[in-house]
Design a protein. Structure first.
Length: 296
């Protein structure tokens, strides 16, 4: 089935621009000791995470091994596997000086863009993060990495009182990647016995419908309906839980709500006050049916 389209040249350009802004933000800081609101990480850990995330994908694009992923015990391509790799990566990169981290990020983005330049948009990009139901091609990875820079740039800006405007077009690109991953983040324990359809609409961007059926055997990582990906909404095919959002709202943390989306985007992710199976890593208050027709 079709998934949200990502135009690779647009995503590459947006990632390069965002990385330059992110680096300027880091260089404006005296240190990286401020705590990220709602997180155990300080600015230094968040910045190191983004650097190592881009280094990971640069290595994958070049067909090289990711040393800090070796020896991981959690299953790759799962929320827990991504969490373990995050912890390993942040430990592997000990630098916390803001200017040094800014330079590292610009270099890592440059390495990723150079290594991936000869590859087609649908080139497979398997890593500890993205395998199985969470597998992404190069276009998807590029959009996801744009999301990493945007989201954690917002984290750092909020922690340090700096501005971090989000361009709607950039947010739409990042959310297209996030929507590709959303089915893999169903918590099958809380989803058991649940029937619902989630119609996710980004203003000026993609619209997808995620169906979840009580009688379907939903295996971890297999999607909302076993073996199926999100599909575009059809005219007249209303889902009981429509969620509408402006793209810049979908990629910030200003509205406390339930999250739909992977850790690369969640907390942001897509946000909506609807009853939904929550992810392993993000468990805000669960709301009772009937679901809201939410607009942000």
């Amino acid at each position: 089935m079709a998934v949200p389209t990502i135009v690779l040249p647009e995503a590459r350009n947006a990632l390069s621009r965002a990385a330059d802004r992110w680096a300027d933000l880091l260089r404006s800081l005296p240190d990286t000791s401020a705590t990220i609101p709602g997180s155990r990480w300080r600015v230094g850990e968040a910045a190191a995470h983004v650097v190592m995330d881009l280094r990971t994908e640069a290595l994958v694009a070049a067909g090289e091994a990711v040393s800090w992923a070796q020896g991981a015990t959690s299953a790759p391509g799962t929320p827990r596997g991504a969490g373990e790799l995050n912890a390993r990566a942040v430990t592997a990169e000990a630098e916390r000086h803001p200017r040094a981290l800014a330079d590292m990020l610009v270099a890592a983005v440059g390495d990723f863009l150079a290594a991936s330049a000869p590859l087609p948009p649908d080139h497979p990009m398997p890593s500890q993060y993205f395998q199985g139901a969470m597998a992404l091609d190069l276009a998807g990875i590029t959009g996801a990495e744009l999301g990493e820079v945007l989201v954690h740039g917002y984290d750092i800006a909020k922690a340090t009182g700096r501005p971090w405007p989000l361009a709607a077009d950039d947010a739409r690109l990042a959310l297209r990647a996030a929507l590709r991953l959303a089915p893999a983040y169903v918590n099958t324990d809380t989803a058991r016995g649940h029937t619902g359809g989630y119609d996710l609409r980004i203003r000026g961007g993609p619209r997808v419908v995620h169906p979840l059926h009580r009688r379907a055997r939903v295996a971890r990582g297999a999607g909302w309906r076993a073996g199926q990906l999100p599909h575009p909404g059809r005219a007249g095919g209303a889902a009981p839980c429509p969620v509408r959002t402006h793209p810049s709202v979908g990629t910030d943390r200003q509205r406390p709500a339930a999250h739909v989306g992977p850790p690369a985007m969640a907390g942001p992710g897509l946000q909506a006050t609807v009853p939904q199976p929550l992810t392993d890593n993000y468990r805000p208050t669960q709301l009772a049916p009937p679901c809201s027709n939410a607009t942000f």
